[in-house]
Design a protein around this ligand. Sequence first.
Ligand code: OAD
Length: 256
Amino acid sequence: MTSDDLIQEAAEIIRKSKNLAVLTGAGVSKESGVPTFRDALDGLWVQYDPAQLATRQAFQENPKLVWDWYQYRRGMVGEATPNPGHYALVVLEKRFPDMVIITQNVDDLHEQAGNTHIIHLHGNLAANKCVANCQGTPTPIDITQLEWDEDNGPPSCPYCGEHVRPDVVWFGEMLPTDALEKAIVRSEQCDVMLVVGTSGLVTPAANMPRYAQQSGAKIIEVNPDYTMISQIADVKLDGPSGQVLPKLVEALEADA
Ligand code: OAD
C-alpha cells in the first residue's frame, strides 16, 4: 500500500494543477467487478484469446462467437456499479471543472459515477453499428428497435442487411479520429496527468502520458503493479484505485 508521504506529494502536485488530465484503464473498474485484460489470474486475455474474439477477422469468420462474447461482457458490465475510485474522480472534477478523463474502458462507469468530460478512445460496449458502416462512419444501430433470433448471433443492419457489431475498437483497427485527436491535444496541454489502472501496453492510448510528460506535465500513476508508465511517473501510488484515489482526494481536500 502506498505511503502517506507519497499521497501528500501527489496531492501537492495536483493542488497546483491548472490543467488536469486523467487517463484510465481497466484497473479502475476492477473493484466494480469488471475483469481487466491482462491481470495474471483473471484477466480476459488470460482466459480468452483476443485474436479469436476482438478482431474484425474473428467477427467475419465467426460472428456468433464474437457477438455472444460481447453480450457476455455486456452482461458483466451491466451488473457493475461505480466503485470509490470512480467517485473520487467525480470529486476531483468538482474541484477541477475543466478536468478530462481519457479512458480506454468501454464501460460507462465514469458516466454512471457522474464525471462529465470523458473521451472514450476504444469505443463504448453499450453501442452497436453496422459492420459495413453503410450510412457513414460510424452507422450507429439501436438494437433495442430490432427483432432477431439471438441464438443465431448478431442482428442484421436494417439498412443493408450486413451484420451489426459492437461499436468498440478491435485489434488492428483505427481509433475514433475525433476522440484520438482530442485526447492528444488534452495530453499535450495538461500540466498534470493522473494515470489510473492501465498496463500502458496498448498504443496509441499508452502514448498519452508520454505526450504529457514531453510537454512538461507531471505524471502521477495509481496501480498496484509496476507498469510501462511507472518508469516515467513522477509519483507512483502503489495500490488499488478504489482505495488510493479516495485517499488522494482526501489529502487534496484537507488543504482545501
Ligand atoms: P490491462 O488489463 O492491460 O491492465 C490493467 C491494469 O490495471 C494493470 O496494470 C493492473 O495492474 C491494474 N490493476 C489491477 N487491479 C487494479 C486496481 N484495483 N486498481 C488499479 N489498477 C489495477 O488493461 P488496460 O491497460 O486498460 O483494448 O488495457 C488497455 C487495452 O488493452 C484495453 O482498452 C483493450 C485491451 O486490449 C481494446 O479493447 C482496444
